[in-house]
Design a protein around this ligand. Structure first.
Ligand code: HEC
Ligand code: HEC
Ligand code: HEC
Length: 344
């Protein structure tokens, strides 16, 4: 930790001690309700500044889309558990350590300070409730097995054997994959379209569980299906679920591809125009383990290849790049929105 951060931390704690008495305001009914603005001034402003503008290694909270996102689960976890390492905010990378507040602030206090930062300055987002914070703080109310029985077994069957319409989860290599990222994204965001499992193709619709199950519950049920029946894969953490982030759905990528790219590159990535439009199936740039060359080309174009920056969002470029890298026998790893934003 840099000296700057250590000093700011010390500052924040001194400030906290001095102003604890002012952290509660009286509601009209006389009950004490936490004062989000007061908590912010005491605990957060030393680093993020009273006007939320940040500075040095401290990211702004004013005008920051992570703070005003409609899905508050990552925001709540950031304040409960802290975070460190590079973070991209409004095109600028910050890299510092944000302290964890879960042992210092109650769920009421965290809900109040989050409600404050979501509505202060130019921010205009909905309140965060004590219940949302409490749910994120106390992860698993139900075990993974109970969640599976309640939410998943109707389709995937109680022993994970599936039916002709619903793929098996038992003995399914996607479920037991060493890198569980794709599987987590499927549970978080849902999926539809052709899915081949052990030689049988399914074509149904898996619901999205984001917003219906907490990150902790998704981690619990994902851990359960990876270790139940004959499956023997290691567990999934709440952090891995949180990191699966905004949807980069290959279904979204597939629809962008068919509307924006297929006219030139062909519906099956086979290319076209007698060699004018290169095939993307089996293409070396597309399959490169470093996706930045391909991302840069999609962003900026080259000769007859249009530039898509400004026409497609970073999320949509990530989705279409992910689709192209995994379709038609291609074997490139998924591309995240962060990967796209990092390529200038
Ligand atoms: C010691 C300095 C410090 C204090 C005190 C502090 N933060 Fe932070 N905060 C940081 C740093 C540094 C980061 C960026 C962490 C990184 O680089 O990953 C951060 C990140 C964040 C983020 C994530 C922003 C994003 O774009 O995802 C939020 C939200 C946040 N802080 C809210 C708060 C709140 C609310 C408080 C008070 C309860 C607070 N912080 C107190 C240093 C601080
Ligand atoms: C309404 C029926 C339904 C429910 C409920 C359901 N699923 Fe699914 N699930 C599906 C279908 C259909 C697919 C295949 C989607 C496709 O064809 O693209 C699927 C696919 C999956 C996959 C991907 C398998 C693979 O091979 O990549 C996983 C993992 C999964 N479901 C887990 C779960 C979990 C965990 C739950 C409970 C939280 C759940 N499902 C609840 C219907 C359902
Ligand atoms: C108007 C026709 C056209 C459209 C539409 C188009 N491309 Fe291209 N694309 C090209 C041409 C031509 C090239 C070859 C550029 C060059 O190297 O001169 C190319 C090259 C590429 C390459 C690099 C292949 C290589 O290895 O050189 C990728 C990747 C690519 N396009 C992806 C896409 C994606 C993704 C979309 C949709 C978002 C798209 N293209 C839409 C014409 C098009």
């Amino acid at each position: 930790m840099s000296r700057y951060v250590t000093a700011a931390l010390a500052c924040a704690f001194i400030a906290a001690g001095a102003s604890t008495l002012h952290l509660f305001a009286r509601s009209p009914a006389g009950a004490a309700v936490p004062d989000g603005k007061g908590i912010f001034a005491a605990k957060c402003a030393a680093c993020h500044q009273a006007n939320g503008a940040g500075g040095g290694p401290f990211p702004p909270l004013a005008g920051n889309a992570d703070v005003t996102a409609s899905d508050t689960s990552t925001l709540i976890l950031t304040v409960l558990n802290g975070r460190s390492g590079p973070i991209l905010v409004n095109g600028k990378t910050f890299s510092g350590a944000m302290p964890a507040w879960k042992d210092q602030l109650s769920s009421d206090d965290i809900a109040a300070v989050l409600t404050y930062i979501r509505s202060a300055w130019t921010n205009k987002a909905a309140v965060v409730t004590t219940e949302q914070v409490a749910a994120a703080r106390n992860p698993t109310a139900l075990s993974g097995g109970q969640i599976f029985a309640a939410k998943c077994a109707a389709c995937h069957q109680s022993s994970g054997q599936g039916t002709s319409a619903f793929p098996p989860l038992n003995g399914n290599p996607h479920v037991s994959a060493a890198d569980p990222k794709e599987m987590i994204a499927t549970i978080v965001n849902g999926r539809s379209g052709a899915l081949a499992v052990n030689g049988t193709t399914y074509n149904g619709k898996m619901p999205a569980w984001k917003g219906q199950l907490s990150h902790a519950d998704i981690a619990a049920v994902a851990t359960y299906i990876r270790s139940a029946w004959t499956n023997k894969a290691p567990g999934v953490t709440e952090q891995q679920v949180a990191a699966s982030g905004p949807a980069v759905l290959s279904t979204v990528g597939a629809s962008i591809y068919s509307s924006k790219c297929a006219a030139c590159h062909g519906a099956a990535g086979q290319g076209g125009g007698h060699g004018t439009f290169p095939a993307l199936a089996g293409d070396s740039l597309v399959n490169n383990s470093d996706a930045s060359g391909m991302i840069g080309l999609i962003e900026h174009g080259r000769s007859m290849m249009p530039s898509w920056k400004g026409q497609l969002s970073a999320g949509d470029i990530a989705a279409v790049a992910t689709f192209v890298r995994s379709a038609w026998g291609n074997k490139g790893a998924a591309v995240s929105e962060q990967d796209v934003s990092a390529v200038k």
